[in-house]
Design a protein around this ligand. Structure first.
Ligand code: 13P
Ligand code: SF4
Length: 310
């Protein structure tokens, strides 16, 4: 079926189901263009919480749809492909974190969890952060308790340096951002000497050290708009390039490739397609469901983050 027909079908089903479509900036361009709202994890969490309609179709990965369920439990939350996982989430299993906290009880850790984690990990955390607010949230952490930051060692190390506060870092990472190499940045800088390098804090330190600016996906938009530069090498998942090109049309955006290929895609994010989006609205499945007691425990640290980042 041609995209145009699918889009029309999705629009009609959206009306019939009284649904809203939320999409992360790493989604395929055609999904971004069709969505009611496109944003980063923080903005999407807020949108999901405010949603008044019966159905939220979350075009992103599972932990994002789960977050929508936690924050707005009376809505039906659909995820077009139920296999849309996240390697960062997988790098911190709930049982391992629970065992670590039990073994280190005497330390009385203040647990800060990056939103890219499971509901079980969120329920064990004191507060949640996103890449857009990690500094602000860590600044409010109690001064008399050591901080344990999970699961992303890269975002944790970057935030720790920015805020000037020591933290114990969980040894997790995103497999997409970890594939960027220093040599590739240097090669592209040589190829485009006038370009600024903008990178996501999920990148490793050698990449961060070469970057002109480090920020969350959402903050890349105002940064590139306001910068004097006309060209940018973007070190994060390729989906953001569509958004940058659309919102900052007078400038050039080049995605940083991996070492031996120019692709820089998150295969989980790309599992969602127009066809699966149509199918999930038509069949009302896959639906993300969570258990109420766990939901309440995960809601508290999430709400703390939302209140602190206003
Ligand atoms: P942000 O949307 O918070 O920038 O995070 C990027 C990411 O990797 C989401 O999976
Ligand atoms: Fe997870 Fe990395 Fe994909 Fe983001 S880009 S969803 S952190 S695997």
């Amino acid at each position: 079926m041609a995209n145009q027909d699918l889009i029309q079908e999705i629009q009609a089903l959206k009306k019939e189901r009284n649904a809203v479509i939320l999409a992360h900036s790493y989604q395929r361009p055609e999904i971004q263009d069709l969505a009611d709202f496109v944003g980063d994890s923080l903005a999407l969490a807020r949108k999901a919480q405010e949603a008044q309609c019966d159905v939220i179709v979350f075009c992103g990965v599972h932990f994002m749809a789960e977050t929508a369920c936690i924050l707005n439990p009376t809505r039906t939350v659909l995820l077009p492909d139920k296999e849309a996982a996240c390697s960062l989430e997988q790098s911190c299993p709930e049982e391992e974190l629970a065992a670590f906290l039990e073994e280190n009880k005497e330390k009385n850790y203040y647990v800060v969890a990056y939103i890219n984690c499971s509901i079980g990990v969120k329920a064990l955390a004191d507060v949640i952060v996103t890449s857009g607010n990690s500094q602000r949230i860590i600044e409010t952490a109690p001064a008399d308790r050591p901080i344990l930051f999970v699961p992303d060692r890269n975002l944790g190390a970057w935030t720790s340096r920015k805020v000037g506060r020591e933290m114990t870092l969980w040894n997790g990472a995103c497999h997409v951002h970890e594939r960027f190499t220093r040599d590739k940045v240097l090669e592209m800088k040589e190829q485009y000497p006038d370009a600024e390098v903008v990178c996501h804090p999920e990148c490793q330190e050698p990449i961060r050290l070469l970057a002109d600016h480090i920020c969350s996906t959402e903050k890349m938009i105002p940064y590139c708009k306001e910068s004097q530069a006309e060209r940018f090498i973007i070190a994060t998942e390729s989906g953001i390039l569509h958004r940058l090109r659309k919102l900052v049309p007078n400038k050039e955006f080049i995605g940083l490739g991996f070492e031996k290929c120019s692709c820089n895609e998150c295969e989980y994010m790309k599992l969602n397609t127009l066809e699966k989006l149509r199918n999930c609205l038509r069949d009302m499945t896959p639906e993300v469901r969570i258990e109420e007691d766990l939901r309440r425990r995960a809601e508290a640290p999430l709400q703390r983050m939302l209140d602190l980042s206003l």
